[in-house]
Structures are given as C-alpha cells and as structure tokens.
Design a protein around this ligand. Sequence first.
Ligand code: FA5
Length: 335
Amino acid sequence: MSLLDDIQAIRAAATEALGTIDLAETLEEWRIKYLGSKGLVKSAMQRLKEAPREEKPALGKAANQLKVALTEAFEAHKSKLRAALAGGKKKTKAKLDVTLPGNRPKIGHAHIISQTVSEICEICARMGFEVAYGPEVEDELHNFIALNIPESHPARDPLDNFYLYPGAMLRSQTSTVQIRVMENTTPPVRIIAPGRVYRPDTVDATHSFMFHQVEGLYVDEGVTMADLKTTLDQFCKAYFGPEVETRFRPSFFPFTEPSAEIDVLFHYDDGSTRWIELGGCGMVDPNVLQAVNYDPEKYTGFAFGLGIERMVMRRHNIPDIRYLFESDVRFLHQF
Ligand code: FA5
C-alpha cells in the first residue's frame, strides 16, 4: 500500500471512529491513536523520508492536510461533547420530581414553660384577672421594703439573692409586681403577673437558680380567705384536671396575714405519692396596703405566688426540673 493510500485510509478510519464517540475518555483514546506523539499521523509523517523525491511534495501536502483535518475534527467533536454534557445536566434538573416529599426543615415551637404561661393567662382571664408585667432587675423597695420584709429578714441576705450592685438585684419573686400595680391603680385590682425570678438556690430535682412564678393579686372591698381558697382551687382544677388533689397548709410570709402554702399531690410511676409545694398565698398584710396608700380599713385582698416549673412537672410527670432547662431539644419536642 502506498503512503498516499495509507493517508487516505487513516483519514477515513479516523473520521468514522470519531463519529461514534460520545465519551470524553474514548475521545482521548482517539486523540492518542491518531494525533498523539506516537500516533498514526506522526508515523505517516515519518514515512515521508522514505518516499521517492518527486513524490515528496504531494505526499507532504497530503500528510499535512490529514493532520490539520483530524485536529479540526477532534476540536469540533470535543466542543460537541461538552455541549451535549451541559445540555444533559439541564435535562437532569428538568427531570426533578417535584412531587417527591422534600427535606422537612425542623420547625421549633414555644418552650413548654412559655406555653404554660399562655395557658395560665387564659385560665385566669376567664376568672377576671388581667395580666401585668414588671422588671426582672428590681430595687429593694419593690422586692422587700414595700412587701413588709424588714432589713433584718433572712430573705434579704446578700447570699440569698443576686445583687447586681447595692440597691439593685434580680427579683427573687414576682410579688414585686403586686406593689408596682397597686402604686399605679386604685382598687379594685385583679391581676396576675407571670415572669422569671432568680435565687442562688442549690440546683436539685425541684430547685433551679432561675425559675418562673405567677403572681396573683385581688384587692377590693370584702375580699376574704374563702375567695382565695376558691380561686386557687378552681385554678388548679382548670389546669390539672377536676380530679386534682390540693391542700392548704398554714405558713408565713411577711406580706400576707394569714399565710398558707398550697400543695399538689404528685403521683409517681411506682405508685407512690408525694405532696409538692406549688406556691405561697395569703391575705394581703395591712402594712402592704398602707405602703401603697390603700386604706386597710376599707380594702382587703388576697395574693398568691405559684412556681410554674412545679406545675409543669406535676402535669407532665417530669421528675426533674433540670430536664426543662438542660436537656436537648428532643426532650422539649414532646410538648
Ligand atoms: C414566694 O416567692 C412568695 N412570693 C409567694 C407568695 C406570693 C406568698 C403572694 C404569698 C403571697 P416561695 O419562696 O415559697 O414564695 O416561692 C413560691 C413557689 O416558687 C414555691 O412554692 C415553688 O413552687 C417555687 N420555687 C421556689 N423556689 C424555687 C426554685 N429554686 N426552683 C423552682 N421553683 C421554686
């Protein structure tokens, strides 16, 4: 076979082979076979040396045309493959099945304490109580003095409170809001005040250094201890269910007289029961009414302060208060 025949055969074979290539890897193999440094075009060029002198110009031209033609065909095919690949990606996107279920984003919800605060507000609103709020950073007048808690009282010990600087503290009870409301309102007053309070208590299953209370205050003419007991009992039944067992125990608070604790009976999984203190309550002490310029001869009132964590724990059978603040969100997602 002459070199010219070979050149034509190479061109025909290369062109035919290129037409079937649809993968980048196969195209590279084709390039190496025909256009590589040891490829067929190169070896045809090398054979030029052996050709008779008078044929060399025509053969050289034919070999050069072969190289140019195959190089151009290679580049053109490469561009075609790239375009096909890009088009294919677009097609894949278009083929997305939008009816398949997507990745559901994790949606949060209100913490169980916040949910409970809303529920408490709703229950109390039905009994005619408005909602009031007070600051968490308080002064001693509202946290102690106006509440009839004298300087010498152990509750004022700096070690039992979070003082920020002399005279300012994180409130240790929501009873502060009683004073703030009475300072600005004339009786009758019927409010509840939910919120955070802070005490440097040792943390255990029923105590936290930050917790929530809901304060209740009702001052009017002729309010009695019977009103207090009925209101709290109705409240506990509305929140825990009609079968709930509550009891009132005599107690002492400087700002109420007489005073009591309200306890709720906890039922444990092992069948045992235990009374857990929910909060304090009592008839507003005349000294407190006087501190806000209410006439204690004319007005009487009751007040209560319940621990919201204790209520949540009783209702949802949570054995340890720390689960509410220290556990991961999987625990809180249940509520
Ligand atoms: C008071 O804070 C009074 N201000 C309550 C009150 C209001 C009495 C109005 C009379 C009239 P006490 O310190 O007992 O009271 O706290 C009330 C409730 O808060 C407790 O019964 C308990 O349920 C909750 N509590 C107290 N300390 C903690 C704590 N460290 N962690 C979680 N809950 C607590």
